[in-house]
Write a protein that binds this ligand. Structure first.
Ligand SMILES: Nc1ncnc2c1ncn2[C@@H]1O[C@H](COP(=O)(O)OP(=O)(O)OP(=O)(O)O)[C@@H](O)[C@H]1O
Length: 249
């Protein structure tokens, strides 16, 4: 049963594609206000887990319960999933962060304009308003996407590999925003590969290898034994297996 301080509750969750599970045996909760990293080897199911939380992927089994409506989620997908050829300006992209409030055709008032400019300033993109997305560097694009997240003003923020292929300065600036969200008591869940960063900046961690390997305080979760176990579990996983029904001992 989820409590008032639970942001996300997993009950016997299996997530997958077709009938093939990508993540299973997921039980537990993410407390509200938690700053949590999701780590694991390639193919461990980290992105799949975020898609399950966002609701773009329905569980094959079990339930994911969210405190608050799905519209209260701000989600940053992996860079590879974002189409930059779409003819949008930086301003338009960032303004999309207001959609949940203004609606698709709501128009942008003076206050909204000021908020967009504020968000652009917070990510260091003042002056980039009219630039087409296709002309941005990878780091500038990620800054623009963070500005959009800022405007979404969501209690739950999901980030899928937000710092991949961006330089140290951009990473530090964006990590400051993540800390700010945490200070504002938002729940932040980020898929990350840089374990040093996780140890430094993320108090809670879920180590996943198609199923949870360890979940809790980062220092305990990221033990050499757990990391080895996770690698072995992903290597041993049968990608053709059907949904399994593990009996409770
Ligand atoms: N759309 C899809 N259709 C079928 N299988 C998929 C799909 N998306 C992911 N998978 C499979 O689900 C498994 C988990 O993938 P997922 O992308 O969640 O892993 P990940 O931990 O995020 O990996 P990485 O660190 O490489 O990004 C993989 O075996 C992958 O091939």
């Amino acid at each position: 049963m989820s409590s008032a301080s639970t942001a996300i509750q997993f009950d016997g969750v299996t997530l997958g594609y077709g009938r093939r599970p990508a993540v299973h045996h997921l039980d537990g909760e993410i407390p509200a206000g938690c700053l949590m990293a999701v780590v694991g080897p390639n193919g461990a199911g980290k992105s799949t887990l975020l898609k399950g939380i966002v609701g773009t992927l329905k569980p094959l089994e079990g339930h994911i319960r969210l405190k608050g409506p799905a519209s209260g989620i701000a989600y940053l997908p992996q860079v590879a999933e974002i189409d930059r050829s779409f003819p949008l300006s930086v301003y338009d992209l960032v303004a999309m962060g207001l959609w949940s409030r203004s609606g698709l055709f709501g128009g942008i008032g003076r206050r909204d304009h000021a908020r967009i400019e504020e968000a652009l300033a917070a990510v260091g993109l003042t002056g980039f308003e009219r630039r087409p997305l296709s002309t941005l560097s990878g780091g500038q694009m990620q800054r623009a996407l963070f500005a959009r997240l800022l405007l979404q003003d969501a209690p739950l923020i999901l980030l899928d590999e937000p710092f991949t292929a961006i330089d140290a300065k951009t990473t530090a600036d964006l990590l400051d925003l993540v800390r700010r969200w945490h200070d504002e008591s938002r729940t932040v869940v980020a898929v990350l590969h840089d374990l040093d960063m996780v140890k430094r900046s993320f108090p809670q961690t879920l180590l996943i290898a198609r199923e949870p390997v360890a979940w809790g305080a980062t220092g305990e979760v990221l033990s050499p034994e757990n990391l080895l176990k996770a690698r072995r579990m992903v290597e041993a996983y049968d990608p053709h297996a059907d949904v399994c029904h593990r009996s409770v001992a």
